[in-house]
Ligand binder design. Structure first.
Ligand SMILES: O=P(O)(O)OC[C@H]1O[C@](O)(CO)[C@@H](O)[C@@H]1O
Length: 434
């Protein structure tokens, strides 16, 4: 999952609008090969729709060969109701662009058989050969479409009961009267969204900060269904600074650094947008924890491995960035980012050394304590004084600080090998001072 952080809602929305326009134009849709776009409602996408309408009016994009599927609709509101999502889409987008009415797909919250309506919708998505790009928002309770906390991550289009949090949040569109908010809705499922070829999620404002943190920094959970995007190979979350307000500094720094490293001082942030490549299909400059994929950073002659498994944005970074490509002399070909990582000092962690595959190991150290008996005594007296039970063998981290040559080396049968082992061991600096 990639994360793009912009200063404010306007620049985040314009990033997304540029992205969508680029995807549609590079796809070059035709009547027989239309571009299929999934769409959300709510306050978050308003700036995106405004920008898309402007771009259409400026002749930068056409929706003539675009098919849309909206993600959700309230049950019981007629399409003409000002707060129905059908009205919302008509007012904010469809009536301003050249999309043919037959290309618009909306869930009908008044259908006599709601279950049949949901199956019809899934079949229609399948008949359109799936959704190319699903634009999504995020609820304050972390919902993706109307997949409220507890929704199955394998769910499909269905009838749902809205959560109290959502009813409260959406009451602002119903004269602040919670009683006017419908209690039920139709929504595409989490799996329906995950099956899209690409997902872009817009998250704006401080009231989404907690949900964004849950979805980006914590595990995939049915209690925060937006977190399911971690399982998608082509998912990007675009947020503003306010929504990013509860993310860890490490997370923000990491994702910003990917963008900056990619674009560099001479490149505009537009370099982060999808770029059409000469293979015919449009290729997206995705920001993943395994590094961005761009035609520039992925020369055709080389193969760059990017993991398709969910990757924590916070934890492991460097090991996943190593390119597995080689030039004619079988020497590894590294990107500038990888060269930068490889130039960094080798961490003094034995666990990472193996992953880095370097031969410059630091001297072998033994974790054997200088003397076990005094340590036991310390541990024992400590456990007695603080009143906690102890088996008398507990070992605290501080007890491991004193290192000495591994005495086991002297027991090696091969004398030359033992001498070499002893020579390479690091003596305990305290030893000499005693
Ligand atoms: O942007 P808002 O108004 O906070 O709504 C969040 C999300 O909730 C929904 O309204 C319900 O799915 C989405 O369409 C929207 O993305």
């Amino acid at each position: 999952m990639g994360l793009i952080i912009r200063d404010n809602a306007e620049s985040a929305s314009s990033y997304v609008a540029d992205y969508i326009v680029d995807r549609i134009t590079s796809f070059s849709p035709t009547q027989t090969r239309p571009f299929v776009l999934g769409l959300p409602t709510g306050s978050s996408p308003l700036g995106i729709y405004k920008s898309l309408v402007e771009k259409y009016k400026a002749g930068l994009v056409s929706f003539e060969n675009v098919i849309t599927f909206n993600m959700d609709e309230y049950i019981s509101l007629p399409p003409t109701h000002p707060q129905s999502y059908a009205s919302y889409m008509h007012d904010n987008f469809f009536s301003h662009v050249n999309i043919p009415p037959q290309n618009i797909n909306l869930l009908n919250g008044l259908a006599p058989d709601l279950a049949a309506e949901c199956s019809r919708y899934e079949s229609k998505i399948a008949a359109a050969d799936g959704i190319d790009l699903f634009l999504a928002g995020l609820g304050e309770d972390g919902h993706l479409a109307f997949n409220e906390p507890g929704s199955s991550l394998a769910s499909r289009t269905r009838v749902v009961t809205l959560a109290e949090d959502t009813i409260l949040a959406n009451s602002r569109f119903f004269d602040d009267d919670v009683d006017k908010v419908p209690r039920m809705a139709l929504t595409v499922g989490v799996k329906t969204v995950l099956e899209a070829k690409e997902v872009l999620m817009i998250v704006l404002g401080a009231r989404k900060a907690r949900a964004l943190k849950k979805c980006v920094e914590e595990g995939v959970s049915c209690m925060w269904t937006g977190s399911a995007l971690q399982m998608h190979e082509r998912a990007i979350v675009v947020c503003d600074e306010e929504a990013a307000g509860e993310l860890r500094w490490k997370t923000v720094k990491y994702f910003k650094s990917i963008e900056h490293r990619e674009s560099g001082p001479d490149h505009s942030p537009d370099q982060s947008l999808p770029i059409r490549n000469d293979l015919g299909a449009s290729q997206t400059n995705l920001k993943t924890a395994a590094g961005p994929l761009t035609p520039e950073s992925t020369p055709k002659a080389t193969a760059t491995h990017t993991s398709s498994s969910p990757i924590s944005p916070v934890a492991e970074t460097a090991p996943t960035l190593l390119t597995t490509s080689f030039d004619a002399d079988q020497s590894p070909v590294y990107t500038s980012l990888e060269k930068e990582i490889l130039a960094q000092p080798v961490p003094k962690s034995h666990g990472l050394l193996g992953l880095l595959g370097t031969s410059s190991f630091p001297p072998i150290e033994s974790a054997t304590r200088h003397s076990r008996e005094p340590s036991r005594a310390r541990s024992h007296s400590h456990s007695q004084s603080d009143g906690h039970a102890s088996d008398g063998d507990s070992e605290t981290e501080s007890e491991y600080i004193d290192l000495e040559p591994d005495r086991m080396a002297s027991r090696l049968s091969d004398a030359a090998f033992a001498a070499e082992a002893l020579r390479r061991l690091t003596p305990n600096p305290e030893e000499g001072r005693r």
